[in-house]
Design a protein around this ligand. Sequence first.
Ligand SMILES: *Cc1c(COP(=O)(O)O)cnc(C)c1O
Length: 218
Amino acid sequence: MIKENILKIKEGLPSGTQLVAVSKFHGVEAIMEAYGAGQRLFGENRPQELAEKVPQLPSDIKWHFIGHLQTNKLKMVLPYADMVQSIDSVHLLDAVNAWCVREGKVQEILLELHLGAELTKHGLTEEEIISIVETTDKYPGVRICGLMGMATNTEDEAVIRNDFSRIASLFDRIRKTYPWLASFKELSIGMSEDYQIALQYGATFVRIGTSIFGPREY
Ligand SMILES: *Cc1c(COP(=O)(O)O)cnc(C)c1O
């Protein structure tokens, strides 16, 4: 089923949108099934799980870290991550930058915009994001590739559209205002339940777990 799910989802994606297969809580076997379907980009949200999986899997897989990252866990993530999509505080950005400068890595990152009122406290404000993109010289250890956001977890499509519209307009505004930020071109929005909507707002990454791998056991 995993293979069919991937092929089906990919068929519906426009050419500028990449599928991040969110494999958190699923084992190496499930990931290999997706790999067999040609999938090479995977997302994980727990540092230890990422660090354990990477050495067991083919080296041409690209790993995106998509979860909340505590600064004491950087060494479980930064050696393995092709991109950290979930830079959700200035404190974390400073720590990732410092780690990378020290270790000689330039880490691709996305800035996570805080969307929706409830649940998660994580995420940067629009003001924080603007101030970061205005001072990219302060962060030689990272390459800022765009924005990530998680829409409010609701059945109400109007609320979801409002969230996506907010992040898409911030994304467009930054691209227009700072055209010299050549790497700033990714917009990571959309999960299993809402990625079809996210596509209408210009998603370049959709992060899909359940619709590929089935439900997770927590
Ligand atoms: C788990 C997760 C996803 C995937 O969610 P599904 O609903 O299973 O598709 C996407 N993004 C983030 C940040 C996640 O933690």
